[in-house]
Design a protein around this ligand. Structure first.
Ligand code: PLP
Length: 428
């Protein structure tokens, strides 16, 4: 496999864009090598500018649950584009997407559309503070909620991969409003409530963590958070930017039967275009301007193109059997990978919820950040390159999720397992 064109482009990119990338996780800094520049995607596959073909498990980091260039999404985009791209005025499609979201997520009665998951989480925190009149929030080490100042404290994803979980440039006064608890450890949360009576506005959590690699909530953990927030007059904020329309038709809140006060979304609801959203019960959402005193706005929010791609995606997902099929395919993949690891006696833990999964190079169990960080990241880097050479595209970091789409076939999955077995034998 050669990457001549990608190498030339990456060199050029580095002259004009910091690190040559517009999001740090794309840079391959953690695994080494040149990130291939992608020219095209179709179904479960992508091709780079040098003509190399890959089976894709990155799925644009989560949005592409239908795979690349899904005909329904492309058709919706073409049809919408012919009528214009943005008006800064209400459009019919916004109402349709909002209605679909409210109809799918049990806790969401009203929703505000924004342009990214970052914006959604930033706004949701502001809303929780406005509603409760309190300042402090609790987040969990290894969870990522976008790059807003107060949320870049012990953050996951690229911040974790590159060892800058708390970013430079975040004022100490902001960071001090963020209390960092341990995932799956109720005691670490109770401690903060005891120390800050009447001071905590909200707990924000990825109900299934995806940004330290996939870490599912332990039995009863989310229930405990629901209880402790209710007892203390704080809000429970589910960041479903990854899990919404990924782990099931009703998000993680439907899967685990928990009703959060505020939910943030992104990724899948934009079908590969920039969309985020935050929503909740009417009494909370009525705080948002122009109804209430909490200000939040956006020139391109509810953009007709982006919203059309989201609607087309959600409609496809509503077809009967879709989530069952995703579950079956993902289970087939992780079962096969587990066997491949066992065969070469490589210590591993594979975590999966629905069609999101991570194989940790770590005997496990992986139930929180400390465990995830104990993984053999050097081995992950070697595995990453061995898979790339064999035409499988996975996240260039141990601390990320892999995603199965409806475009993957059983043959793709089986071919991937064969390639993984081969790669692992080589690493042994
Ligand atoms: C990706 C992600 C975000 C941020 O979304 P962007 O669209 O990248 O700003 C927030 N929360 C979670 C859980 C995410 O995975």
């Amino acid at each position: 496999m050669q990457f001549r064109k990608s190498e030339a482009l990456f060199a050029e990119a580095q002259k004009y864009i910091p690190g040559g990338v517009n999001s740090p996780v794309r840079s391959f800094k953690a695994v080494g090598g040149t990130p291939p520049f992608i020219a095209r995607g179709q179904g479960a596959r992508v091709w780079d500018v040098d003509g190399n073909e890959y089976i894709d498990y990155l799925g644009s980091w989560g949005p592409l649950v239908l795979g690349h260039s899904h005909p329904a999404v492309i058709e919706a985009l073409k049809k919408t584009a012919e009528h214009g791209t943005s008006f800064g005025a209400p459009v019919e499609q916004e109402v349709e997407l909002a209605k679909m979201i409210c109809g799918s997520l049990p806790s969401v009665e009203m929703v505000r559309l924004v342009n990214s998951g970052t914006e959604a989480c930033m706004s949701a925190i502001r809303l929780a503070r406005a509603f409760t009149g309190r300042d402090k929030i609790i987040k969990f080490a290894g969870c990522y909620h976008g790059h807003a100042d107060g949320l870049l404290v012990k953050a996951g994803s690229g911040a974790l991969t590159y060892g800058i979980p708390t970013s430079a440039g975040v004022p100490e006064s902001y960071a001090s409003e963020t209390l960092v608890a341990d995932y799956n450890d109720v005691g670490s949360v109770e401690k903060f409530f005891e120390a800050n009576p009447g001071g905590i506005a909200a707990i924000i959590i990825e109900p299934v963590a995806g940004n330290m690699g996939v870490v599912p909530p332990a039995q009863g953990f989310l229930e405990s958070l629901r209880k402790i927030t209710q007892e203390n007059g704080a809000l429970l904020l589910f960041d479903e930017v990854i899990t919404g329309f990924r782990v099931g038709p009703n998000g993680a809140q439907g899967l685990y039967g928990i009703t959060p006060d505020i939910t943030t979304m992104g990724k899948i609801i934009g079908g590969g275009l920039p969309v985020g959203a935050y929503g909740g019960s009417k009494d909370v959402m009525e705080m948002v301007a122009p109804l209430g005193p909490m200000y939040q706005a956006g020139t391109l929010s509810g953009n007709p193109l982006a919203v059309s791609a989201g609607i087309a995606t959600l409609k496809e997902l509503q077809k009967p059997g879709t989530f069952e099929r995703l579950e079956r395919l993902a289970q087939r993949l992780t079962d096969g990978l587990a066997k491949a690891f066992q065969k070469v006696e490589m210590p591993s833990t594979i975590n999966r919820v629905g069609s999101m999964f991570t194989g940790f190079f770590n005997p496990g169990p992986v139930t929180g950040l400390a465990h995830a960080e104990a993984s053999d990241t050097e081995m992950y880097g070697r595995y990453f390159h061995a898979m790339q050479e064999r035409g499988v595209y996975i996240a260039p970091s141990q601390f990320e999720a892999g995603f199965v789409s409806t475009a993957h076939t059983e043959a793709d999955i089986d071919a991937t397992i064969d390639k993984a077995s081969e790669a692992l034998r080589k690493l042994r």
